[in-house]
Ligand binder design. Structure first.
Ligand code: PHB
Length: 391
């Protein structure tokens, strides 16, 4: 049996263990000097990611592919030169510390608010249908940042969808130039790509929509092909959340067949891994204390495994070594992602391996702009011990 601490070859990328730090928004970006700079990565973020370079693979917090994909304030992007330079500082530090880092890319689609979009433009979506009940971090009427109900989007025109594919390709090229080892395409959680894949939501009548499986998944496949062409095969992952209801996604009777078709297609296109955020609860909100992913459906995953030659990453509430190892032992997944435990435990992999206790983060510091507090001020366990024995 493979251990969580065994190395893993993800295509051309050698990982020192099977422990993954998944994407987590932390809102520590700096404001760009120009509005077109977007929100910019900085030296503090380099320190944070560098501290966590002991993970087998780090996947960065999510990044906007262009200005129209800015769904939440303070989320970085990779569309401006300034952002590229900021991320270069981060990737250099992670590599200096011996780590491997991919960048996560998204377009939020209808999960957006005009108050943080360029020129107050209307959000775009697969159709004009609003994500009733969903909120994003944007400006209220008083100009202050708070959670605001999303607005009704404007449906992307067919040529705009094709142009969006090029936007993803350009973002991937920028990520490569900024020193990333690969990219992960966010096709989960109700954002733009998943909006296209959902057979209930996607009522378009052009070649990107309608009842046909190939049409509904065309946007994702074109993005994947363009990004693989930009970055080279083996360095691309795709995140999926079948059955997830995050972002007001309607229940889709075709979820299972779409999922199996998608993984089969991704395999043929040279995608290195599929990152599963498996089945959020119907009212699933990852930011609520009640959030718990449901059990992985082994029968479905076995079918997906047979259809996809690459790796599966499973992310979903893992907090300890035993749970993670038991999941690896099913033989259905290859890599395990630990999200929240990575916030307070920069040396999580070493702590798990040595049975050292885990620190717990304070939720109120997850999304602040308080600099180091609750971000880079968690010591590694061994330093902790050294400090306390020196005292
Ligand atoms: C998500 O992947 O669902 C997600 C990403 C970034 C956020 C919020 C949600 O800030």
């Amino acid at each position: 049996m493979n251990s969580l601490f065994d190395p893993y070859d993800l295509g051309p990328v050698h990982l020192k263990s099977r422990i993954v730090m998944p994407p987590m928004t932390r809102t520590r970006t700096s404001e760009g000097a120009l509005p077109t700079d977007g929100d910019v990565p900085n030296a503090l973020m380099a320190k944070y990611y560098g501290q966590r370079a002991g993970a087998g693979l780090i996947i960065s917090e999510v990044n906007d592919v262009d200005q129209s994909s800015h769904g939440y304030a303070r989320i970085p992007g990779i569309h401006s030169e300034t952002q590229k330079q900021g991320w270069r500082v981060v990737t250099d530090e992670v590599h200096r510390q011996g780590g491997t880092i991919f960048m996560q890319l998204w377009h939020v689609g209808r999960l957006a608010h005009s108050s943080i979009l360029p020129n107050g433009q209307t959000p775009v979506g697969v159709t004009g249908e609003r994500a009733e009940g969903s909120e994003v971090f944007a400006h209220g009427a008083d100009g202050r940042l708070r959670f605001m109900p999303v607005e009704a989007p404007r449906a992307l025109a067919t040529d705009e969808v094709a142009a969006m594919v090029e936007t993803f390709a350009k973002a991937a090229a920028n990520a490569r130039e900024a020193g990333f080892d690969g990219v992960e395409i966010h096709a989960a959680n109700g954002y733009l790509i998943e909006q296209f894949m959902n057979s209930v939501l996607n009522t378009r009548t052009d070649r990107y929509g309608g009842g046909d499986m190939e049409d509904r998944t065309r946007f994702l496949m074109e993005v994947v092909d363009a990004v693989v062409a930009e970055f080279g095969p083996g360095r691309i992952g795709v995140r999926l959340s079948p059955f997830g209801k995050y972002g007001s996604m309607p229940s889709d009777p075709l979820t299972e067949e779409t999922f199996l078709y998608v993984v089969q297609q991704l395999g043929q296109r040279g995608v290195a891994y599929v990152h599963l955020l498996y089945e959020l609860l119907p009212d699933g909100n990852m930011e609520s204390a009640e959030f718990k992913p449901r059990h992985l459906d082994h029968a479905l995953l076995a079918k997906a495994r047979a259809a996809f030659p690459g790796a599966f990453i499973w992310c979903g509430g893992f907090t300890d070594r035993e749970q993670a190892q038991a999941s690896l032992d099913t033989g259905l997944v290859d890599l395990i992602a630990f999200g929240r435990p990575y916030i307070a435990n920069p040396d999580l992999a070493q702590r798990l391996e040595n049975g050292w206790p885990l620190a717990v983060a304070d939720r109120s510091t997850y999304y602040t702009r308080d600099g180091e507090a609750g971000y880079t001020d968690f010591p590694a366990h061994s330093n902790d011990m050294a400090n306390s024995s020196a005292a």
